[in-house]
Design a protein around this ligand. Structure first.
Ligand code: ADP
Ligand code: MG
Length: 684
């Protein structure tokens, strides 16, 4: 931009980007022209307003730059108006009752804070412009609008706090986010043989192979050639898009991997994470592989999530969550820390729903990381500071990490961190940022950060209301920090979050344990939620109700598709294969007996009996699932339908899976109609 824009335009745009000043239409005109020239030089023929409707994936509509001239020729044009505003038909995107299909108008609006990028694919090169998406009446229909609103909210409140500490030089605070993305890679040819993977993103059947993840030999293991080649191309494609892919490694489960970018402003990080997910799929496809982003592609092995690393940074470059060497003396840090703790404690239900999707139901609250109970890990250093404060009203010291001595002369000595890590915590302080680890691997990180920003903004605003009136700031802030830590210490937990003892202990502390998406959704529309979202201008009550509605609908649709896929796979694949197998056994019994009348056919007979009995069980479970699913589909009210899917259809799916998985271990492999877990997880 600096290279291509006139100095004045560049300065004006920077002012909008950095200080949130209104955008001048004349500036947009000049920027549009420069963008077009840049894009065309790189082969672009089209531009697209790129947005994030409530489907959780991105949407785009392409327009070419060509415009006819009066003399019958064409010129390549792109106006400021076209940059700023688009008008996609909004009627086919989820709106949660915000609008009827006949009210089709929707608008996309240029988000100049997120860089435009060029996308290259079979369609050619397209200039993609990140935009917000709203209805004709101004309600947000996307993930970006509320996120941007929440960023304003937290900035306003954090700046207020900083003023109290005398930092008048700070005019904006932004939230930085670095999402670590987990994913699975399987062979595409095998993937294409599994309807469940194709239609639902996860395996609906499958028994565990003899080897799973118990040896822990995959985690950080050396990367296979085929995966290494994939990671290489993925990085290159992401760098081309301006996404700073930084680290990559193998994850816990076989065939599972992770990618993390360098952190960016919440808004850009959210856009980039969508690009990461899209590019992961695209590059895999090119290389005869398939990338699975589902939270639980395989039962019995670890699922995938996203670790949302989050911090607050001033426009003068200070990280407000940096404790420094002596956190006990850093009152400003302690106040922000206290605010985050309180926000997480008071609004745990909102954080929980920000991580809720049908896939994450298999992780959160099941026997896997992280638990559905939200708690905060602070580490020994901060926990010590806080207990000093709570117990004596004064924090006098901070534990130090000291030097690391490995006991070998030739190995370097280095400074140790003051605190160990805790992998089981859903919300962990990691040095100078919080890591929210519940987020679903396939979901946008937009909702999680929108909620995180808003709940922290709300606590900061309450704190400011109080502190701004105090006659003695030093005493007031000291008392406030002590009171906040004391009132909310129940949320701090440094132990093993996967253990049963923690579930009991958390119940004693009164922490919510919300097990499923359907149970999590009401958090969007409690009085408490409506109050804070309206107060900070992030969501209106109407928008919140529409989001809840969309979530119920999304859940019901996902389970319906899974149930129908199971029914179809059992009817046309598994049952016919098992029938083949039983016929083979019966033929063998008859053949052996006719050859040698008194031969022992007990093996074939017992296998035949067992397979036939499981076949009958599968058939009965199939009928039951079909009935349950029909009933669920007949329910009109969305919340009620979602509840029925969760409580009746999901268990019926489990009942159908059981006999099929047992059969998989009995039936001759050649006759089994789909690739097994062993084939998918170990043969990439
Ligand atoms: P780990 O989780 O192992 O500590 P990293 O330190 O690499 O790994 O951090 C993981 C992610 O957190 C990366 O995306 C990184 O860019 C991001 N990150 C690092 N510092 C911050 C910060 N201050 N605010 C937000 N994200 C951060
Ligand atoms: Mg991490």
């Amino acid at each position: 931009m600096k290279e291509r824009l006139p100095k004045k335009t560049f300065a004006a745009l920077k002012n909008t980007l950095e200080n949130g000043e209104d955008l001048d239409p004349n500036v947009a005109e000049v920027v549009a022209n420069a963008m077009k020239d840049w894009a065309i030089e790189r082969g672009a023929t089209h531009y697209s307003h790129w947005f994030q409707p409530m489907t959780g994936i991105t949407a785009e509509k392409h327009d070419s730059f060509i415009n006819p001239t009066p003399d019958g020729k064409i010129i390549m044009e792109f106006s400021g108006k076209e940059l700023i505003k688009g008008e996609p038909d909004a009627s086919s995107f989820p709106s949660g009752g915000l609008r009827a299909t006949f009210e089709a108008r929707g608008y996309t609006a240029w988000d100049c804070t997120s860089p435009a990028f060029l996308r290259e694919d079979a369609a050619g090169v397209t200039l993609c412009i990140p935009t917000a998406f709203c209805s004709y009446t101004g309600e947000a229909l996307d993930m970006k609008t509320p996120l941007l609103r929440s960023m304003e909210a937290i900035s306003t409140q954090a700046v207020r706090v900083l003023k109290l500490f005398g930092h008048n030089e700070v005019s904006r605070v932004s939230t930085s986010v670095g999402p670590e993305q987990e994913y699975f890679i399987v062979d595409k040819a095998k993937y294409l043989k599994r309807d469940d993977l194709i239609f639902t993103g996860r395996t609906l059947f499958g028994s565990m192979p003899p080897k799973g993840q118990e040896l822990d030999d995959h985690y950080f293991g050396s990367i296979k050639e085929r995966i290494a080649a994939y990671m290489k191309e993925l990085n290159i494609e992401l760098w081309k898009l301006g996404v700073t892919a930084k680290t990559q490694h193998n994850e816990v489960a076989p065939a599972q991997h992770e990618l993390a970018p360098i952190y960016a402003t919440a808004n850009i990080a959210t856009d980039h994470n969508q690009l990461v997910m899209e590019t992961m799929k695209k590059v895999a496809n090119r290389q005869g592989l398939t990338c699975l982003l589902h939270e639980k592609p395989f039962a019995g092995v670890n699922g995938s999530g996203k670790h949302n690393n989050w911090s607050m940074v001033t426009n003068t470059g200070k990280n407000l969550l940096d404790p420094g060497k002596t956190p006990h003396e850093n009152i400003q840090f302690l106040l922000f820390l206290a605010a985050v703790l309180k926000a997480v404690d008071v609004h745990a239900d909102l954080l929980r729903v920000s991580a809720a999707n049908p896939g994450n139901d298999h992780r959160l609250g099941a026997n896997e990381a992280p638990p559905a109970i939200i708690s905060v890990f602070l580490g020994s250093q901060l926990e010590d500071v806080i207990s000093q404060l709570i117990e004596t009203g004064e924090a006098k010291s901070s534990k130090e990490g000291g030097k690391m001595n490995i006991g070998v002369q030739t190995l370097p000595q280095f400074a140790k961190d003051a605190t160990d890590r805790n992998r089981t915590s859903p919300f962990a302080f990691t040095g100078n940022k919080f890591e929210f680890r519940m987020v679903a691997s396939s979901m946008s990180i937009g909702p999680a950060n929108t909620i995180l920003n808003t709940i922290v903004a709300d606590v900061l605003s309450e704190m400011c209301d109080m502190l701004e009136k105090a006659s003695n700031f030093d005493i007031a802030v000291h008392d406030l920090i002590k009171k906040t830590f004391t009132d909310h210490q129940r949320i701090i937990f440094n132990g093993n979050g996967y253990s049963d003892e923690w579930v009991e202990e958390a119940a004693k502390r009164g922490l919510p344990n919300i097990k499923s998406m359907v149970e999590a959704i009401p958090a969007y529309v409690t009085d408490k939620a409506v109050k804070i979202f309206e107060k900070h201008g992030v969501f209106s009550a109407v928008e919140l109700h529409s989001r809840a509605e969309i979530q119920y609908e999304a859940y019901a649709k996902a389970i319906n598709i899974e149930a129908k896929t199971m029914i179809s796979m059992v009817s046309v694949k598994y049952i016919p294969s098992v029938i083949n197998y039983t016929k083979k056994l019966a033929d063998s019994i008859n053949a052996v007996k006719s050859a040698v009348a008194d031969a022992d056919v007990s093996v074939q007979t017992s296998l035949l009996k067992e397979a036939s009995s499981l076949l009958a069980k599968a058939q009965a479970a199939l009928k039951a699932l079909q009935e349950a699913n029909d009933k669920a589909n007949a329910i009109v009210e969305v919340a009620e339908a979602a509840k029925f899917f969760r409580e009746v259809v999901v268990p019926a799916m489990g009942d159908l899976r059981t006999p099929i998985d047992i059969l998989e271990e009995i039936v001759e492999k050649e006759l089994w109609p789909v690739p097994t877990y062993g084939d998918l997880l170990f043969e990439v």
